[in-house]
Design a protein around this ligand. Sequence first.
Ligand code: F0G
Length: 463
Amino acid sequence: MEFQTIIEPFRIKTVEPIRQLNREERIEALRNAHYNLFRVKAEDILIDLLTDSGTGAMSSEQWAGVMRADESYAGARSFYRFRDAVRKITGFKHVLPTHQGRAAEHILFGAAVSAGQIVPNNTHFDTTRANIEAQSAEARDLPIAEALHPEVEHPFKGNLDVAALADTLESEGGNVPMVFVTVTNNSGGGQPVSMANIRAVSELCRHHGIPLFLDACRFAENSWFIKQREEGYGDKTPLEIAKEMFSYADGCTMSAKKDGLTNIGGFLALNDDDLAHDCRDQLILTEGFPTYGGLAGHDLEAVALGLFEALDEAYLRYRVRSVAYFGDKLMAAGIPIVRPPGGHAIYIDAKAMLPHIPPLEFPAWALSVVLYAEGGVRSVEIGSVMFGHQPDGSEKPAPMELVRLAFPRRVYTQSHVDYLCEVVAHVNDLRSRIRGLVIVEAPPTLRHFTAKLKPLGGALLAS
Ligand code: F0G
């Protein structure tokens, strides 16, 4: 007998209470936070889906690893465990620990990218883009056309547009220091990339003699989607699939805060000896000695274990299924989301849900704030507050107005998800009353983190 219910494949040993403010208290918290959820205190949130990064629960084995760890400055046992774990999965020769993903990006781009060059990617995550732009280089997004249409279904909507890459390398190959593929494609909805796509990109890169790097933050979730959806992979283990993905690349950057199942950590791994040498010099300058690179021995130990726990089939089945369970319920309730559900998050299409709010009155921001006011849920806007401000000071609507609800790993249960569905359905019923907002004060860059806003008409909902 095969039972249908996919349960959380763990039992709970430690609990952290969460508290429910009432609606008036949440409205007050929002007012005090200038209608910016980044400014709300975490203890005032009931269910926190701001990010899946560094917010997961570690296992009893990982905590035991924390105690076993070696905190020696140089050559710690924990480093070798970490290095061997990364090598076993990625096959890359050089492994440089960093405190998180963006530090790996900063070191790699500092060593390998110069002004005026172009780095193609399916879609750059914002820190990846910012670190390339910090070298005065161009971060060029080349997603497949389907990626820009939330309602269009595609099994591998994270794929890179191979024809567009071929054109770019044909015309500007000499100016492309490396190509990136982000698995899964976070900015494109947490959508997976197929093995066939990674292989095709790799062949093209090798033909032009250009290295391929994976932004591997969610490599285990991507492996699971390949196992589920791509012909020929159903009988392979997630580890075998991950190894094959990495075999087509020359290196990777990694935030272990995602599929490393830890609260901090990351790495840069690569095969090229000369480049690794330059990166290691930079690592010493900005992160730490090469056998700890900005992490404690206990962090290295936790990552070494977490990388393999993230590849466990029971875990991945529960992980991807619980996000899909949420997405399926929302779709059944007629709520527009990016389809199909992604690996780590559900993205609500606020442009479709709130057509009465123009983009520059920030419909996705308004929706995220109302989700908090009504249900104590924290999400993040990926829309015109995040991307609307142009370098010349003007405002331009973002391509999409999305609200991302990202799931911390091993933290919430199915009843939390059922509650979320009720909250979103309730907010959907109120949708015609939701008002836009105006920015009162904001810094010129990365304004979404600190901006102060207020609702147009003085209240979040029209009466
Ligand atoms: N690449 C991708 C695809 C990411 O999603 C992130 C982080 C990074 C790189 C940077 O890693 O945070 O360890 O420096 N994403 C988080 C998020 C912040 O909420 O999506 P980091």
